[in-house]
Design a protein around this ligand. Structure first.
Ligand code: SF4
Length: 467
C-alpha cells in the first residue's frame, strides 16, 4: 500500500513539474499573494515578535490541552451544546450520521472544514443517503468536479475561470462567462435556497476558546455564518489541537492567520459561536454539537520532538513558499494537508511507512519554517521523519549502504584507498548514466552528476606548501 501511495505521488509530481501552464497559473496566483502578505506584515510593529507570541499561545494551549479542552466542554455544555469526543474519523462520521438520522435531516450545507476533509465526512454522509452541499465557493467548485481541495486555504486555485465556467455550465446549466462576479453570482444563486431548506449545517472551527466555551470561525464569504445559523442543527467538527486558552488570544491569532494565509489584515467575517439558540434570541440553531476529533493527534502530542506541529493554525503559508508545492501542486500529495505541514503530520496521522516519501519531497531550504506564523520547525521535522522511518524499518538497500558507509568511515586507511576508486568510478558511471544499468537512475534522470575533482581535499592539504 505504502508503495502505491509513493508511486502515485512520484508519477503525478513528475507529470506536473513539467507542465508549464500549471506552473504559470500557480506562480501568478502566488506572486499576488506575496505582495499582499508583505504589505500586511509591514503593518505589524514587529512581525517576528508577533510570531514568537503566537507560537507561545499555541505552546501553552497544546501543553495543557487536557485542562483547556475540559474547560471548553464544560462551558459550552452549560449553554446546551453537546460535546462528543471522537477517537477516530469513523467515530466522528458515525456520530454525525446518527445526529442527522435523529433530526430527520435530508439536506446538509457544509462550510469549509479541513478536519471534515480529513475524515471524508461529506462522502460518508452521502453514502448514508444525505444530500451534502459545500457552501464555500472554492469547495463548491471542487465538489462539482469531484476533486479534493487543491490547497488548505484556496481549494480551487489550480482552475482557470474558463474551467470554472465549464463545470457550472455542465452541472448547473449556466451560461458561459469568464467574469468572476458572474461566476460568483451563479454559485450564490445555486446555494442561497439550500441555506433555507437544509436541516443541518456543518462547520469546522479555526479556534476553540476554553475561557468562554466558544468556537471561532474566520472566513471571507459569509457562508459559514449562514451554514451555522439557518439550519436547525449545527455540527462543528473540531480537531483537538484547535483549543486556545483565552478570548484575548484571538486579538493576535486572527490577524496573523489572515495575514499569513491570504495577505489580509483580517478576514471579512469573524464569528464566535457559544451554543445553540438561547431563550429570547431570534436566530441560531435549535441544536448544536461539537465533535472533537483525535484521529492520531494524541500520538503526535506524545512525541516531544514534533509536538509543535500541533501548533499549526492551517494558514497555508508554508505551502505558498514551498518550491516543491509550487511545482507539483496540491493533488500530487494525495493527502488532505499538503505541502510542508502535510508532509510533517500525515505520517503521524496515517502511518509513517506509507507516507515517508513525503518527507523526502523537500529541498530543506527552510522557507516553510521561516514563514510559519507560529514558528513550527517544519524542515527539521521532515528530517526527523526521514530518520524515524529508517530507524523503524530500514530497507535492505539502506541497511547495506549505511553499513558500508559506517565501515569505511571508521577506517581512515580504507577511506584513503576508496577515495581514488570513486574518482575512477564516476567517469565510468557517466557512460551508463540514465541507462537501465545505472544504479542511481532515479536521481540522475533529472540531474547532472557533478565531475569528480582532480584532487581530494587531503591531497590538496598535503600539497598546500609544495613549491
Ligand atoms: S505549519 Fe505554519 S505556515 Fe504551515 S499551515 Fe501551519 S501555521 Fe501555516
Amino acid at each position: 500500500m505504502g508503495f502505491s501511495f509513493s508511486r502515485r505521488f512520484h508519477q503525478s509530481a513528475r507529470a506536473l513539474a513539467r507542465n508549464l501552464e500549471h506552473r504559470y497559473r500557480i506562480q501568478t496566483a502566488m506572486s499576488r499573494y506575496y505582495a499582499q502578505r508583505d504589505e500586511m506584515r509591514s503593518r505589524f510593529r514587529d512581525w517576528q515578535s508577533a510570531r514568537t507570541a503566537a507560537g507561545g499561545i499555541k505552546y501553552e494551549a497544546i501543553n495543557r490541552m487536557d485542562k483547556y479542552l475540559v474547560e471548553f466542554a464544560d462551558r459550552i455544555s452549560a449553554r446546551g451544546a453537546k460535546v462528543f469526543w471522537a477517537s477516530t474519523g469513523l467515530d466522528a462520521c458515525r456520530y454525525i450520521a446518527a445526529v442527522a438520522k435523529a433530526g430527520k435531516v435530508r439536506c446538509i450545507v457544509k462550510s469549509k472544514t479541513m478536519t471534515g476533509e480529513e475524515i471524508h465526512l461529506g462522502q460518508a454522509l452521502e453514502k448514508e443517503g444525505y444530500q451534502v452541499v459545500e457552501s464555500d465557493l472554492g469547495e463548491f467548485i471542487v465538489q462539482l468536479r469531484q476533486e479534493a481541495p487543491y490547497h488548505i486555504v484556496f481549494p480551487a486555485m489550480h482552475l482557470s475561470r474558463n474551467e470554472v465556467s465549464a463545470i457550472f455550465q455542465e452541472k448547473l446549466g449556466s451560461h458561459p462567462t469568464d467574469n468572476p462576479e458572474e461566476l460568483t453570482l451563479i454559485a450564490r444563486q445555486a446555494l442561497r435556497e439550500l441555506y433555507c431548506t437544509a436541516e443541518m449545517g456543518i462547520s469546522g472551527a479555526n479556534f476553540a476558546v476554553a475561557e468562554t466555551g466558544m468556537i471561532s470561525i474566520t472566513e471571507n464569504e459569509g457562508n459559514a455564518r449562514l451554514s451555522t445559523s439557518l439550519p436547525r442543527i449545527h455540527v462543528a467538527i473540531v480537531g483537538i489541537e484547535k483549543i486556545i486558552p483565552k478570548v484575548a488570544d484571538l486579538a493576535l491569532l486572527l490577524p496573523m492567520l489572515a495575514t499569513a494565509g491570504a495577505g489580509q489584515p483580517l478576514t471579512c467575517y469573524n464569528t464566535l459561536i457559544g451554543g445553540p439558540r438561547q431563550p429570547g434570541e431570534t436566530d441560531g440553531p435549535e441544536e448544536m454539537h461539537v465533535v472533537f476529533l483525535d484521529n492520531g493527534r494524541t500520538t503526535l502530542l506524545a512525541d516531544s520532538e514534533q509536538r509543535d506541529a500541533l501548533h499549526c493554525i492551517r494558514c497555508g503559508a508554508c505551502l505558498n513558499v514551498c518550491p516543491i508545492y509550487k511545482n507539483i501542486g496540491g493533488h500530487s500529495y494525495g493527502t488532505t494537508y499538503q505541502g510542508p505541514i502535510g508532509s510533517v503530520i500525515t505520517p503521524h496521522l496515517r502511518g509513517l511507512q506509507s507516507w515517508k516519501h513525503l518527507s523526502s519531497a523537500s529541498s530543506l531550504c527552510g522557507a516553510c519554517t521561516e514563514t510559519c506564523p507560529v514558528r513550527i520547525d517544519l524542515h527539521h521535522h521532515l528530517l526527523q521523519n526521514r530518520r524515524n522511518a529508517v530507524r523503524q524499518k530500514p530497507t535492505f538497500t539502506e541497511q547495506c549502504m549505511y553499513r558500508i558507509f559506517g565501515f569505511v568511515m571508521k577506517r581512515p586507511q580504507l577511506y584513503r584507498w576508496a577515495s581514488p576508486l570513486i574518482r575512477i568510478a564516476l567517469p565510468l558511471h557517466r557512460k551508463i548514466q540514465n541507462s537501465f544499468l545505472d544504479p542511481v537512475r532515479a536521481w540522475t534522470q533529472s540531474r547532472d552528476l557533478p565531475p569528480a575533482p582532480a584532487q581530494s581535499f587531503k591531497e590538496i592539504w598535503r600539497n598546500r606548501n609544495a613549491p
